[in-house]
Design a protein around this ligand. Structure first.
Ligand code: 9D3
Length: 251
């Protein structure tokens, strides 16, 4: 179940960083995923290799022309006929972890990374299946967004993570923030590790971690709890966290 990514970008060199990275670079090296790059400038027909032009209606900035992108996407499609086309753009559907899981179920994606003010709308209408955003902030182009998607998706694929790494995605913590992590020494700069973690009582440790994950999610990202809902057991744990949190605030 190899996943194929074809990225259409004016800056293919930026993607070198993915191949150098530990988890993703290794996954690509092992054949879990494949990355192919297509530069629309290589699909221009004029001597100056022009890929952008001034916007109809006026205004600042430039717009990416249809023809070089259309032809680059067509070449990528011919090489990856099972892939769908996604355009990374601030106007796209916001991607969260459930969407990354959905994306990982496809055999491959052609990712279109835009530059300048964006691409001619007729290219989107004619060649694009999906439009994705990674968040409500302004990037300089779609390349980093494409890399964010590939990082989030490739690590979900079978064989991408080592045995030690995959355990993190257990059903317990799904949709919650992590509990706090500690390593040696047991005390540093006057700060001790929570005693339960060195008690050797595995049931107590698991309970403490659930309590912390629920409590921190409640404190920092109540929107996540709202979306996810709580089991009866989790609700009881969270009430315990809230009670002790309340006591901390008073005394
Ligand atoms: C919304 C701002 N636009 C109006 C002035 C200009 C504009 C900003 C950023 C046009 C293009 C871009 C480039 N951004 C992306 O290509 C992009 C992006 C992003 O900026 N934020 C979140 N997700 C994405 S996915 C692609």
């Amino acid at each position: 179940m190899m996943m194929r990514f074809d990225v259409v970008t004016l800056f293919p060199g930026l993607f070198r960083i993915l191949l150098d990275d530990g988890v993703i670079g290794r996954a690509i090296g092992r054949g879990v995923a494949e990355l192919h790059l297509w530069n629309p400038r290589d699909f221009t027909q004029d001597p100056h290799r022009v890929v952008d032009d001034r916007p109809y209606g006026g205004g600042p900035g430039m717009v990416m022309k249809v023809a070089p992108l259309r032809d680059a996407i067509a070449a990528a499609r011919a090489a990856a006929p099972a892939s769908r086309v996604a355009y990374l753009s601030p106007q796209g559907r916001l991607l969260r972890q459930p969407q990354m899981i959905e994306i990982a179920r496809q055999p491959g994606w052609i990712l279109l990374a835009g530059r300048y003010e964006g691409v001619d709308e007729r290219l989107i209408e004619g060649c694009v299946d999906e439009e994705w955003s990674i968040g409500d902030y302004v990037l300089s182009g779609g390349e980093l967004a494409a890399m964010v998607v590939m990082d989030a998706v490739i690590r979900l694929l079978p064989g991408a993570l080592g045995h030690g790494e995959s355990a993190v995605q257990d059903s317990h913590s799904d949709g919650l923030l992590d509990w706090p992590h500690y390593t040696r020494p047991p005390e540093i700069d006057g700060r001790a590790v929570p005693p339960v973690l060195i008690s050797g009582d595995h049931a107590a440790i698991e309970r403490w971690r659930s309590l912390q994950a629920l409590g921190r999610t409640w404190q920092r990202r109540p929107d996540l709890l709202q979306q996810r809902g709580l089991s009866d057991e989790e609700r009881a744990l969270l009430e315990e966290f809230v009670r002790s949190h309340h006591r901390d605030e008073i005394g």
